[in-house]
Design a protein around this ligand. Structure first.
Ligand SMILES: [Zn+2]
Length: 84
């Protein structure tokens, strides 16, 4: 996987499966570890930012897991900023 976050333009060269497992597939959702944007994989694993309506349409357990990943990403970035 080698895609750029459409929100912050950082290179995302890895993904963590929030729901399911294995390699990302078209339609899967993920979180940018740099900016916390909620993203969806499209054709050719190109990423796009989810719309608010798409986020609200996700199952509650998926939204809860995405929120946890966003929190972890924010803590990672805060720690990184403290060390630089
Ligand atoms: Zn981003």
């Amino acid at each position: 996987m080698d895609s750029y976050c459409p929100n912050c333009q950082k290179l995302l060269d890895a993904a963590i499966a929030v729901g399911g497992s294995g390699s990302p597939r078209s339609g899967d959702v993920t979180v940018c570890v740099y900016c916390g944007a909620l993203l969806s994989f499209g054709v050719g694993l190109r990423l796009r930012v989810l719309t608010w309506d798409e986020v609200l349409a996700l199952p509650l357990d998926v939204r809860q897991r995405l929120a946890v990943v966003q929190q972890v990403a924010a803590e990672f970035q805060a720690e990184r900023a403290r060390r630089s």
